[in-house]
Design a protein around this ligand. Sequence first.
Ligand code: SF4
Length: 398
Amino acid sequence: MGKAKQKHRVRDSATGRYASKQKSLPKTSASGFNGTLNLEKSAPALRQALLSWYGEQGRDLPWRRSRDPYAIWISEIMLQQTQVKTVRPYYQRWLAMFPTVTELAQAEQQTVLKAWEGLGYYARARNLHKAAQLIVEQHNGVFPREFEDAIALPGIGRTTAGGILSAAYDLPVAILDGNVKRVLARLVALPQPPAKAINRLWQLSEQILDPQQPRDFNQAIMDLGATLCTRHQPSCLLCPWQPHCAAYHQNLQSELPMTESRAPLPHKQIGVAVIYDNDGRILIDRRKQEGLLGGLWEFPGGKIEPNEAVEDCVKREIKEELDIEIQVNDRLITVNHAYSHFKVTLNVFNCTHLSGEPKPIECDEIKWVTLDEIESYPFPKANGQIIDAIKEQAMQNS
Ligand code: SF4
């Protein structure tokens, strides 16, 4: 293959191979990437550069001041899919409420869900609770040091286990969260989307990890991804890995990692009922344990069928789910919310209870509550907006 032709293709700097499908990628930079990244050879320099940058620029995060495996575990779970600034107050409050594994294990699930309210991905809270009980039963209340034991706990995958074991016990266990995937994909100019090269990325993360300082190294690479090697406009000129970075040398840092085109998220239209009884109390129900938002409370309702009027949907769903008759009144609020795999629009109506004793047909429990009592139940985020609208309406009416 002629030189001129090669110049326009992306080279995988760890293997030296050229990618076969590169139409979407730009030409290499004039600065010229003149070699492959020999990770074995470059690893010591990469480690040293990263660790010395981390020593000067690393973020001061509350969980980094702790060596308590329990506190570190909590932070790792909270940080999944959630930004540091959101996690900070939750982390502090959580440790004040449940200072030890044993206290978490002994808490009521509803208390645990309430403490998690607003953080999203509620399976994380349910799994933390279950895992705490297992740690008490099987590991004397101490987070296990063995990788196999850690990964056997609910809610703990490979990268979370690596994050906890390296941070808490300074064990050389690699991590591969979203930030690390992006940094490594750029470092070697990965010629395919990370999702298609997971094994390869794990291998890279293991090879590059500093066996002498795994705790600091893993924290440092996460910081690099969070602060310099960001998704948009990475700050390559400040980056300790710039001299070794294939993406930088090929001027591809803004194009990598490659992305897969995704189908648009499905959008569900939901009819929701805020049902009042004669005493002004409101009906809420607790979702089944299994599935999305399991164990949380909500206002009853369900999916609008094709060609169905939203008021008819609300009436039908309430009959099917609770076996009661209601009158559907005015629209209270419309709430749009996006989950990871779909979007919803909640069409919320004020309703009046007409007849029938509500039964928990499609849920675990139902309750009539006053507006003051509602605050003590854990609700999903989208329902929080409904509660605010109910309060505002109550204030206007009074
Ligand atoms: S040089 Fe740029 S693209 Fe490469 S690792 Fe550093 S910030 Fe990321």
